[in-house]
Design a protein around this ligand. Structure first.
Ligand code: ADP
Length: 487
């Protein structure tokens, strides 16, 4: 794989929109965050092209819906097969365009494949036949599910294939037509994914790719009366903006399925196993350059073990390799772009005044080109220092005393976010007791906070972190559907 990815250096890929099977022109460069090199071209899809996509999608959605859950599932399974066959190519694009490491790329393609197969099975199970509900003797009651119409799927750059695919495939499985909008930073992997979906048999009239920035195409994409629902993953701010726009537009009242940011905390009490904690903290905070919604941001350590744990953590941080994501030895690749880098540098600047620096990456080891940000660990006294999500390899440590545990839990809930939470403790019963009181979608006990597994450990939060239902969970598809009864 490393050879395939290395050989792709200098390749360019298309990041053009695809409407009704036809690729548009692409005039804007897409950059490799690790090198600054151009890896492809994209464009802000014109309002006319978006309107056309809606019209065609709306016209063909009914036939797609009538095809039924089994037939749609067979096509989605084919998408999974094609992704598997094109694994190396997909990883190469993810690595070059999004700066993700090879390991991240592989996991991501696997996750995308899992989404396809899981939602295909969901379509077979829930969208093929009506459910018979009990009724008075002689009466038949049936409940059936169908697509809502044209779904808009808006995805981020941090899992540019897995999240993109998960949203699109769920909407399609439930019988919707789709306008898919990838992040402006990662249109090429989305373009390739849509080509493979069409090749698998999803009609070109049913699935369209519209590229561009939110500022450029958000309005024509969300104001259209044909929008029957939106699946969104990105920032809390954008989700709220989209919600307002949907409420104000003409046409039906539509659902917004939003998966947004987090201010994720791990509590480590004095009974935890330090070696395991250090491994898990490193993975949770720094894997994928900290650019996961689930990443650990605030580590709360009981005071009696804090000095020891921090010393061990510093040692582990020294070992982290920042560099070219296409090399297997790299732990941390670049952050996505100049803007992300600027935000992290500003945060580091602020923390240098308001917090105690525990570990600062040796800047002489930072690659010359590309948007690289080395891992940082600081100690803060108060959660309130962090008002906004910090998206990168930046960990904040807070010490607490045994008698302050209740207060820590209260403060975690008071952030208003509720995505992931971690606990390291060997006190029997503590995990359950805390689990019941923490408002977070994904709680991890004595392990790292990485890895949502489709169908097993579905992912999604609450409060400022999103609406649910969880992606890759048993309830997700229903939110994309209308329900009808026949009595
Ligand atoms: P991030 O901080 O992860 O870049 P954003 O919320 O800005 O989060 O972006 C997530 C996705 O939402 C991207 O595809 C982006 O282009 C899109 N987006 C941003 N603003 C808007 C908007 N006003 N309307 C529609 N989509 C938007």
């Amino acid at each position: 794989l490393q050879q395939v990815v290395s050989a792709s250096a200098g390749n360019t890929w298309s990041g053009a929109p695809i409407v009704n099977g036809v690729a548009g022109t692409a005039d804007l460069p897409v950059l490799n965050p690790a090198t600054g090199e151009v890896v492809g071209h994209t464009t802000d899809t014109s309002p006319e092209m978006i309107d056309n996509a809606f019209a065609v999608a709306a016209e063909h959605q009914r036939a797609w819906n009538r095809l039924g859950g089994n037939a749609r599932a067979n096509i989605l399974d084919k998408v999974a097969d094609l992704y598997e066959q094109h694994m190396n190519e997909l990883v190469a694009i993810i690595c070059r365009e999004a700066g993700r490491t090879l390991n991240d790329g592989i996991s991501e393609v696997r996750e995308a494949v899992d989404f396809c197969r899981y939602y295909a099975n969901g379509a077979r199970k829930h969208f093929s036949e009506a459910t018979v509900l009990p009724g008075p003797t002689g009466e038949s009651n049936e409940l059936s599910l169908c697509g809502r119409g044209v779904f808009v799927c808006i995805s981020p750059w941090n899992f540019p294939l897995a999240i993109f695919t998960g949203q699109v495939v769920a909407a399609l499985a439930a019988g919707n037509a789709v306008l898919a909008k990838p992040a402006e930073q990662t249109p090429c992997i989305a373009h390739r994914a849509v080509q493979l979906m069409h090749e698998a048999g999803i009609p070109q009239q049913v699935l369209h790719l519209v590229t561009g920035t939110g500022a450029a195409i958000g309005k024509p994409l969300l104001d259209n009366p044909r929008v029957a629902g939106v699946a969104f993953t990105g920032s809390t701010e954008t989700a709220k903006h989209i919600n307002m726009q949907l409420a104000a537009k003409d046409g039906p009242i539509v659902p917004l399925i939003a998966e947004t940011g987090g201010q994720n905390v791990m509590i480590v009490d004095s009974t935890a196993l330090p070696e395991q904690v250090v491994d898990d903290v490193i993975n949770s905070a720094f894997l994928s350059a900290g650019q996961r919604c689930s990443a650990l941001r605030i580590l709360c350590v009981q005071d009696v073990i804090a000095d020891n744990l921090i010393a061990m953590l510093k040692g582990a941080c020294e070992e982290l390799v920042l560099g070219d994501p296409s090399q297997l030895e790299t732990d941390i690749g670049p952050v996505i772009d100049e803007k992300a880098l600027g935000l992290l540098e500003n945060h580091r600047e602020r923390m240098s005044m308001e917090a105690k620096t525990l570990f600062a990456f040796d800047e002489s080891k930072r690659p010359q080109n590309g948007t690289f940000f080395g891992p940082q660990v600081v100690e803060i006294s108060d959660f309130n220092l962090l008002k906004r999500e910090v998206f990168g390899p930046f960990l904040h440590v807070v010490r607490f005393k045994a008698e302050e545990l209740e207060d820590v839990i209260r403060r975690i809930n008071a952030t208003g976010y509720g995505l992931t939470f971690g606990l390291h403790s060997r006190i029997e019963g503590r995990a359950n007791a805390i689990f019941k009181r923490i408002d977070a979608g994904n709680c991890y006990v004595n392990r790292d906070m990485v890895g949502a597994v489709v169908g097993v450990n579905p992912f999604g939060g609450m409060g400022l972190s999103g609406t649910g239902p969880k992606a890759g969970g048993p309830h997700y598809l229903f939110r994309f559907a209308n329900e009808k009864t026949k009595t």
